[in-house]
Design a binder for this molecule. Structure first.
Ligand code: PEP
Ligand code: MG
Length: 408
């Protein structure tokens, strides 16, 4: 399929920062657009994103002259061409954000050409292979209801306090999560007064707390009040690379208390982004021999996930596997730059028997691609913030629509 035109322009993300959107047209007249999200607690090993103005120029000056009128048989051909065209190790020439917007726009245009829903097209590209013993093909929702770390100004050391509904449908999961989210908002306003229910970057509440465990106490109380405590698991993204003022020992002690008191299902980035060893020690401590035996991610009682550790990069994932660091992994397409590479990261995680959690970024646009991606690859989870703010709601509503499409 030939691309007949492509252009890029700046758009705003949810923090009011510029990012890049790409619009392309195929030779058959089908058009599609896509924009790139932006992180704040980014991993040092992530591929480089260009400033929006430079990304726009890179489409005009580098990408367009080389891909317009060129024939690409499939997604992998386009994506491999982009990687070669960039030619750098860290995507500094074209920009991983630019590449991702081009890659997703092409994927969308190809899905439209086939008249297929985007998630169905993702499924074809992925060649859906799912662990036959896995129970569901539907990702669980990782709803971030209290924001801290770099995503809020409240002094919490940890970045994301999540509820993870157990429900079997998106509709019911959203219902359960939203009820607890609203009950939590009311409880915070009551306990902490004016402004306590104001929102952080991902739509979670962001008041000052007495300590780093109080958010979970209040989440649990809100869930109890709604009689929904048994319908959720709890999760934490520590985003530990960005934690200031806590030693490794203090982190370990915190996780010990957290695990004892709250039995979370999920802990992401418990240690710094290059500390494969401390991840491995934690995995061994809580899950036994850390080399995968007895602790395949999805069925494990505790998912220890890499994000800044692994950066959707198969080289870093291989290191994490060799060292026994994790049994779950975050997949963020913009950390790597193309849809094909993000699919490869999922394939590798499946081969390692890790749980796969697809994730948004803290700076999002209204592009809802990750909903189709997560459903398309049958991820175990999708991290998508709180059920609030337009850019998060876009993903929630797309999941609800996917559920209806899948039932047809
Ligand atoms: C994260 O760390 O998982 C996250 C979504 O944050 P950011 O997009 O700011 O890196
Ligand atoms: Mg993270």
């Amino acid at each position: 399929m030939k691309v007949s035109s492509i252009s890029a322009y700046p758009v705003l993300d949810s923090r009011g920062m510029w990012t890049v959107e790409v619009s392309l047209m195929l030779q058959n007249g089908v058009r599609a657009a896509a924009s790139a999200p932006q992180g704040k607690s980014t991993g040092a090993a992530e591929m480089r994103a260009l400033p929006a103005a430079a990304a726009v120029k890179s489409v005009a000056n580098i990408v367009a002259p080389r891909i317009v009128h060129k024939d690409f048989r499939n997604q992998a051909e386009l994506d491999e061409f982009l990687v070669r065209l960039d030619g750098t190790k860290n995507r500094a020439r074209i920009g991983a954000n630019t590449m991702l917007a081009v890659s997703i726009a092409f994927l969308r245009a190809m899905a439209r050409t086939k008249k297929a829903a985007l998630w169905k097209h993702v499924r074809d590209e992925y060649g859906l292979w799912v662990d036959p013993t896995a129970k569901a093909l539907r990702p669980r929702l990782f709803m971030n209801v209290v924001n801290g770390g770099l995503h809020a100004e409240n002094g919490l050391h940890f970045q994301e306090y999540m509820i993870i509904p157990k429900s079997r449908t998106f509709a019911e999961s959203v219902e359960v999560g939203a009820k607890i989210y609203h009950a939590l908002g009311s409880a915070l306003a009551k306990a902490k007064g004016r402004g306590a229910a104001n929102l952080g970057d991902e739509g979670g509440f962001a008041p000052a707390f007495r300590n780093d465990l109080e958010p979970f106490l209040m989440i649990r109380a809100a869930a109890r009040k709604m009689k929904l405590e048994k319908k959720i698991d709890l999760g934490l993204d520590a985003a530990a690379t960005d934690i200031k003022g806590m030693s490794r020992r203090q982190l370990k002690n915190f996780y010990k208390k957290l695990i004892k008191g709250f039995k979370p299902l999920y802990i992401e980035d418990p240690f710094g982004e290059n500390d494969f060893k401390s991840f491995a020690a934690m995995r061994a401590e809580y899950l036994g021999n850390g080399m995968g035996a007895g602790a395949p991610g999805v069925r494990s009682a505790l998912w220890i996930a890499g994000d800044d550790l692994t950066t959707t990069n198969t080289d870093r994932m291989a290191v994490a596997q060799a060292k026994g660091s994790v049994n779950a992994v975050i997949v963020k397409p913009n950390q790597i730059g193309t849809v094909t590479e993000a699919l490869n990261a999922v394939r590798m995680a499946r081969a390692y028997r890790w749980a796969v959690v697809v994730s948004h970024r803290s700076g999002e646009t209204n592009d809802d691609f990750i909903a189709d991606f997560a459903y398309g690859v049958a991820a175990d989870g999708l991290k998508l913030g709180a059920p609030a703010r337009g850019e998060r709601i876009a993903k929630y509503n797309r999941l609800l629509q996917i559920e209806r499409e899948a039932a047809e």
